[in-house]
Write a protein that binds this ligand. Structure first.
Ligand code: CUA
Length: 174
């Protein structure tokens, strides 16, 4: 009798732990998904903001780094003639003339290193006026959580009936 109740308690513990794990998995997955789906930030939720000075024939800063998923704002200014700010692989292209500040906002949804180019013919070295946009990959834990949740659920759905079967047989055998 004492042995049986011990087993039942351990079975209950396993079920409760599995349920908690699944709830955490679902909760985290939903939170992360809703965050990732935000293509428009709520007011004041810009993750990274840069003011970039364009000048014959470079950008300052020349390299900007963000995390994947960041909502980015770039403010572009020129120190001399008209220049552009174009990011390869992103739908970003702004142009400024002297005295202006042009802003562009976008979500850095693709990880990698992308070339920044000037998109206004600004002089003899215009083709060499370039920079780098670096999007660091954020570790995506959602697929792993889903795999862990599904694995736990399948192991338990086989394990619990098997355990019960084994227990019943053992009791019968006595
Ligand atoms: Cu600056 Cu072309």
């Amino acid at each position: 009798m004492k042995k049986k109740s011990k087993r039942q308690i351990s079975l209950m513990v396993v079920v409760v732990v599995a349920a908690i794990l699944l709830m955490i998995t679902a909760g985290v997955a939903m939170t992360r998904t809703s965050l990732a789906d935000d293509s428009e930030p709520a007011s004041g939720q810009i993750d990274k903001e840069f003011t970039i000075w364009a000048r014959q024939f470079d950008f300052t800063p020349a390299v900007i780094t963000v995390q994947q998923g960041d909502y980015v704002r770039v403010n572009l200014k020129t120190a001399d003639v008209a220049h552009g700010f174009y990011i390869d692989g992103y739908d970003v292209n702004v142009k400024v003339t002297w005295g202006e500040t042009k802003s562009v906002e976008f979500v850095a949804d693709k990880a990698g290193t992308f070339k920044i180019r000037c998109s206004v013919s600004c002089g003899p070295f215009h083709p060499f006026m370039a920079g780098k946009f670096v999007v660091e990959q954020s570790p995506n834990i959602v697929p792993w959580l889903i795999i862990a949740g599904v694995t736990a659920a399948s192991v338990l759905s086989v394990g619990i009936p098997a355990f019960q079967l084994w227990r019943n047989r053992r009791n019968k055998g006595k």
